[in-house]
Design a protein around this ligand. Structure first.
Ligand code: P61
Length: 459
């Protein structure tokens, strides 16, 4: 039997969990309108809603927080973070923000003109929102395989399809494309990575037309580990070297520090262009705070700098990917339909295949996420038609090919025993899946509806 590497850390402080009965959970999910975002955290046993801001910090990070310099301007922690980011990523300038969407807001505002097109390797909710509100049309240029959940023979399903990019450039003209947004890894595709060869090729094509490449760096360390494990020529490179090379094929990035930076809050924007940097600093003071804190406290910036250094250590990141893969493999072995190959931060259930009797307009992934909570106290997230929202022109539901439920693994929080419980519960539920009922809206907010919408069961 293949030996599983246990956690490369030991537990120093614990948070006791509440375990509700199934009857209590049934009441809780009904009150939450069958929306797992609206559950109280105290009613949850294992929280796989997100890996965002849910990491366990190390003793070094907690110690670093005591060194927080809470000066309004020029905090020493900013200079450490700035140096760490520039050394690891190689971009010239960094602007701190309160979290990833703060950076997306600034980038979209300074780069996009009404009527522009922003191609990207699949949409992300907040990223597309900021692009569209600034007048751009998002165009999906990810490879076709990314939309095929059961295709497991593609190691880099997050890759950009260069032909799709070329077609767009030919159709709308390079001057209508302020930048190409390349996410590493691709969250909505199942945490799928992009290869170094693809990053290099995208940058070459972009440079030919003088189009900028802006990364969504949110899970770049996970992407780097996939490159080390799967791409020829990278086995003997360090994660740090791989991250640095990845970002050499671009002009900047947005970053949600709440994921790979191993902190609970924060983010930043990186740029190479001095003029854009200057515009970004003008906006950061309006939306976030001084350019030397951007909505973070000094202690947050210190914890982030330390977290970034820890995140590029191979034993940590390899263990993380192995944990996610372990949960995925247990489900695959039991015949539960999941997105393959298993991604970096989460296992994604294929809700269309899981609940083939429920029509997409009756929200199968939403219904499945609610049923999982009721059954086992495990909180997951819908990533399907509800998350995709409505077309900004026609008002029709976007109907994504992927109708998924995400089991997101927080960093350094759960053990293999927790993951076994999750796997056992989902396998049980799969065997009684015909008991799960479809849903209909009782409240639908206009923007980013998945966060606060409410549903009821259709019996
Ligand atoms: C998540 F349901 N992700 O995955 P911010 N880019 C990428 C992200 O994954 C991301 C952001 C930018 C979250 C939190 C979240 O529809 C949702 O720091 C690839 O959260 O502002 C965030 O970074 C934004 C959950 C966000 C959602 C939007 O759980």
């Amino acid at each position: 039997m293949k030996r599983v590497m246990p956690e490369p850390y030991k537990i120093k402080s614990v948070e006791m969990l509440n375990i509700l009965t199934e009857e209590e959970r049934e009441v809780a999910i009904k009150e939450a309108g069958y929306n797992t975002f609206l559950l109280n955290s105290e009613d949850i046993y294992i929280d796989l809603l997100t890996d965002s801001g849910t990491s366990a910090m190390s003793d070094e990070q907690w110690a670093g927080m005591m060194r927080g310099d809470e000066a309004y301007a020029g905090s020493k922690n900013f200079f450490r973070l700035d140096k760490t980011v520039r050394e690891l990523f190689g971009f010239k300038y960094m602007v701190p923000t309160h979290q990833g969407r703060g950076a997306e807001n600034i980038l979209s505002t300074i780069c996009i003109k009404e009527g522009d097109y922003v191609p990207g390797n699949m949409y992300f909710t907040t990223t597309r929102f900021h692009q569209e509100i600034n007048g751009a049309n998002f165009v999906d240029i990810i490879c076709d395989e990314a939309h095929q959940p059961s295709r497991d023979d593609v190691p880099f399903k997050g890759n950009v399809d260069l032909d799709k990019l070329q077609v767009l450039i030919d159709e709308v003209g390079a001057d209508k494309i302020p930048y190409i947004c390349v996410a590493v890894t691709v969250n909505m595709a199942g945490g799928q990575p992009v290869s170094m060869a693809n990053l290099r090729a995208v940058y070459e094509l972009a440079q030919k037309y003088e189009i900028k490449v802006m990364f969504d760096a949110t899970r770049c360390v996970e992407n780097a580990c996939f490159i080390k494990d799967r791409e020829e020529g990278y086995k003997n490179k360090t994660i740090k070297e791989i991250v640095f090379e990845m970002f050499s094929y671009g002009d900047g990035c947005t970053m949600s520090g709440k994921k790979d930076c191993l902190t609970n809050v924060g983010g930043f924007l990186c740029l190479n262009d001095e003029e854009l940097f200057s515009k970004a600093k003008e906006l950061v003071v309006v939306y976030e705070g001084m350019p030397s804190y951007g909505g973070m406290s000094g202690r947050d910036m210190e914890a982030m700098a330390i977290g970034m250094e820890e995140s590029v250590q191979y034993p940590y990141i390899k263990h993380r990917l192995t944990q996610v893969e372990y949960l995925g493999q247990r489900l695959i072995d039991a015949g539960v339909p999941v997105v393959k190959p298993i991604g970096g931060h989460a296992v994604y259930l294929d809700a269309r295949a899981f609940l083939s009797n429920i029509d997409q307009e009756q929200f199968p992934a939403q219904a499945l996420a609610a049923a999982i909570y009721k059954d086992s106290g495990v909180r997951t997230m819908e990533r399907g038609i509800v998350s995709a929202g409505r077309d900004k022109v026609t008002g029709e539901n976007h109907k994504p090919k992927l109708e998924l439920v995400r089991l997101t693994i927080p960093r350094r929080v759960y053990t293999y025993a927790h993951l076994d419980y999750v796997a056992d519960s989902i396998i049980d539920l799969y065997n009684k899946r015909e008991t799960i009922k479809p849903l209909e809206f009782v409240y639908e907010p206009k923007q980013l509806r998945f966060f606060t919408s409410k549903f009821q069961e259709i019996s």
